[in-house]
Design a binder for this molecule. Structure first.
Ligand SMILES: Cc1cc2nc3c(=O)[nH]c(=O)nc-3n(C[C@H](O)[C@H](O)[C@H](O)COP(=O)(O)OP(=O)(O)OC[C@H]3O[C@@H](n4cnc5c(N)ncnc54)[C@H](O)[C@@H]3O)c2cc1C
Length: 446
């Protein structure tokens, strides 16, 4: 038995949902196939593990929040910000032993960082037509010249690792040539009621129908007017005139879908070149909070490894939750450990930062492993050394003579709009809208 539709959308994350909404205003017959048993992809809210708390395991902020953001109107009509205020208070910066930094140390560290970033920017401007280098390579000599050992070094490392946290990769993997490609002045809105609930609200509002538990295994475009799609569900084939692929870059790198004929070299090169960052959340719930209830988050300057347990968010009573953000190489190291080994590392860290507190074991915990998630293989994309904005254009470019379309946070090519971004939920949403609009113009005008 086979099914015939006009369009198949693969994946029901933000990009897939946006594409579906766009196609709904047409007469086209379409299907959204999603491998997981839920919508949202890397937007995923855990409402079960923790007592009296909803915790986002993936995205939690709407970046570039404002009326121009494609999610703004949804967020405003969902009105979830008012339902559950959280994470308000001050943010503090701890040295590795829980001490504070002196104003003098802060002053020195800030001015060194400013010089290092100037150095990267100079490289970026001067090397437009030259070979790329990693950020690490570019700053290495200046770093060694400028940074003295001791507290200033720890604080400089903490400041530099902010960029690494945002990108989900260490400086050794990130392009210096395209450093600062996005406008850095993002205004962020925490989706306090759970980001997945916002996407569920969108699905409900548009009455979208999604076919869950359907893993696409093969896409055959030998007859590009009648694309054949196989899933792991059964042997039946779905035929369509166009397909919009929104699976994560990590899955494209691992070739989790078999393409027949294989993807062209330029597309495969772009997939290989673009970087896939890793960010994980280590969530621990305690019976009481041992941290200051006015503190909403804290940073930590490690004396061993740059960026180790860099950033933690605190939820006050009754939640009593800490969310530790770990990224890049350190996140990868942790993914290789068992849960109890990770917990041991966390407890060692917390007891070092709060040496005067008696900290009992957490009552609940959960650690994400997005790098091992076979439907993501990573957290979000970045511009790796030798990748460029053109790489993203190639990732977004159609294949099979305009029959196969590509969307997702990694494929949101810069269309010249202000606040352009990639790697985010709203960027994925924009990319899905764009791909579906192209499909609509192809099929509805013919
Ligand atoms: C820990 C973490 C924190 C983050 N924080 C933020 C944040 O605060 N703000 C922000 O804007 N962004 C954040 N992001 C990034 C954001 O989550 C992603 O950019 C965005 O959700 C990507 O949407 P997408 O539609 O491109 O991909 P996805 O959401 O991954 O959707 C792709 C879908 O395809 C499905 N799929 C994969 N393979 C197949 C297949 N073969 N067949 C069928 N279906 C398949 C997947 O199951 C998935 O549902 C974060 C990500 C992580 C992991």
């Amino acid at each position: 038995m086979s099914t015939e539709v006009d369009v198949v959308i693969v994946g029901a994350g933000a990009a897939g949902l946006a594409a579906a909404i766009e196609l709904q205003s047409t007469n086209l017959k379409f299907l959204v196939l999603e491998a997981r048993n839920r919508i949202g992809g890397r937007v995923c809210t855990d409402e079960e593990t923790f007592t009296r708390a909803k915790v986002d395991l993936g995205a939690s902020w709407i970046h570039y929040y404002g009326p121009e953001n494609v999610l703004y109107d949804y967020y405003v009509s969902f009105n979830c910000g008012k339902k559950q205020p959280r994470h308000s208070g001050y943010r503090i910066c701890f040295d590795y032993d829980g001490e504070y930094f002196s104003s003098e140390t802060k002053f020195h560290a800030r001015s060194i960082c400013a010089k290092l970033y100037q150095h990267i920017e100079l490289f970026t401007c001067k090397n437009k037509n030259k070979e790329d280098q990693s950020i690490e390579q570019v700053i290495q000599t200046e770093y060694e010249r400028l940074v003295p050992n001791g507290p200033i070094k720890r604080l400089v490392n903490l400041m530099l690792s902010g960029e690494e946290e945002y990108e989900g990769s260490n400086f050794e993997n990130l392009s210096a040539k395209y450093y600062g490609l996005e406008d850095g002045s993002s205004c962020d809105k925490w989706v306090s009621c759970g980001y997945e609930n916002l996407l569920k609200f969108i699905v409900k509002k548009h009455n979208l129908s999604i076919q869950l538990n359907t893993f696409v295994t093969h896409i055959n475009t030998i007859d590009s007017d009648r694309i054949a799609i196989k899933t792991s569900n059964d042997s039946s084939i779905i035929y369509c005139r166009r397909v919009i692929i929104t699976i994560p870059l990590g899955c494209l790198k691992r070739e989790t879908i078999l393409f027949e004929p294989p993807l062209p070299d330029w597309k495969r090169n772009a997939i290989n070149q673009m970087g896939m960052g890793l960010m994980n959340k280590l969530i621990v719930q305690f019976s009481t909070s041992f941290w200051d209830s006015d503190m909403c988050s804290f940073l930590h300057a490690c004396n061993k490894q740059r960026g180790r347990f860099r950033h933690t968010i605190c939820s006050h009573a009754p939640e009593n939750i800490l969310i530790l953000f770990v990224t890049g190489n350190f996140a990868r190291e942790l993914e290789a450990l068992t849960d109890s080994e990770i917990l041991e590392e966390i407890m060692k860290f917390l007891r070092q930062i709060f040496p005067t507190q008696s900290i009992s074991e957490p009552v609940k915990y959960k650690f994400t492993r997005w790098g091992q998630d076979t439907l993501a293989y990573g957290s979000y994309s970045n511009i790796a050394v030798h990748a460029s904005p053109d790489t993203m254009k190639q990732l977004a470019k159609e294949t099979s003579d305009g029959h196969v379309h590509w969307a997702g946070e990694h494929a949101n090519a810069n269309d010249g709009t202000e606040n352009w971004s990639f790697g985010c939920v709203h960027s994925a949403f924009q990319s899905g809208q764009r791909a579906a609009k192209t499909v609509r113009s192809q099929l509805c005008s013919s």
